[in-house]
Design a binder for this molecule. Structure first.
Ligand SMILES: [Ca+2]
Ligand SMILES: [Ca+2]
Length: 247
């Protein structure tokens, strides 16, 4: 007849974990972060294009660039986030819920447009959003944060007028290593990389995105679980006291 609160509390906990786990179904792992797989190299890709494997152009247009134009940071391909105007790319992928992730990438800027060309050399800026969950309508987003994205966005910049990078040969693209960290809530994450360098065909150049799972988040015990556990413990204690009393 002994009643303990533990089995029920354990059941509640298991139920909560099952709810979290159920959000991480199907889809795919983060892939093609170096843009090496895809069609239409050395062309401009417009919004809605899925020519680059695992990625979509979700805003504006971009240039998909080979080493014939300038050297990639890794492999043979990189991206100018401004085609003839600012553009953005996105990818959705599976993650472990409630984990810390680190996203690393290489950043340079389109070195073209010397002289007095408007929007040429300058501080090439971009914003990266890592949003929890998936976004169904990827094709009609604007330049800002996707609706309902829980990310404020991380801003990056590469000033080609300061770096003095060149197409080829030396000094070349002089890529910088950049990174950001984010915490997942659900089993899927959506990444949005968008140029904020307006009115120019010479945008920020990105390549070699790499994603690292840095492990689970140390979560404080959920308040509701503490209350349930405390109530059950109190119930068990009262029952024990009752049992030891005569009568
Ligand atoms: Ca590459
Ligand atoms: Ca361009």
């Amino acid at each position: 007849m002994a009643e303990s609160g533990m089995p029920l509390a354990g059941l509640v906990l298991a139920g909560m974990l099952a709810l979290v786990a159920s959000t991480s179904a199907n889809a795919a792992a983060f892939a093609n972060g170096s843009f090496e797989q895809g069609n239409g190299i050395d062309t401009q890709l417009n919004a809605q294009s899925n020519a680059i494997n695992s990625w979509r152009v979700y805003f504006g247009n971009i240039d998909y660039v080979s080493n014939n134009v300038w050297d990639a940071a890794q492999g043979d391909r990189s991206i100018d986030l401004n085609g003839n105007a600012p553009g953005g790319i996105s990818q959705q992928f599976d993650v472990n819920a409630l984990h810390n992730y680190k996203l690393e990438f290489s950043l340079s800027g389109n070195p073209d447009g010397h002289g007095n060309t408007f929007g040429a050399r300058g501080n090439k800026t971009l914003t990266i959003y890592a949003c929890s969950g998936i976004f169904v309508n990827l094709f009609v987003m604007n330049q800002g944060a996707p609706n309902n994205c829980d990310s404020q966005g991380a801003n990056f910049a590469y000033d080609t007028s300061v770096q003095g990078n060149t197409r080829k040969p030396q000094p070349g693209m002089k890529y910088a290593n950049e990174s950001l960290t984010f915490q997942t809530k659900l089993g899927q994450e959506s990444l949005f990389v968008v140029s904020t360098y307006a009115n120019s065909p010479f945008g920020p150049v990105v390549d070699n995105f790499r994603l690292t799972d840095e492990g689970g988040i140390d979560m404080p015990e959920p308040a509701s679980l503490v209350i349930v556990g405390t109530a059950l413990a109190g119930f068990a204690l009262r029952r024990r006291l009752k049992q030891v009393r005569p009568g």
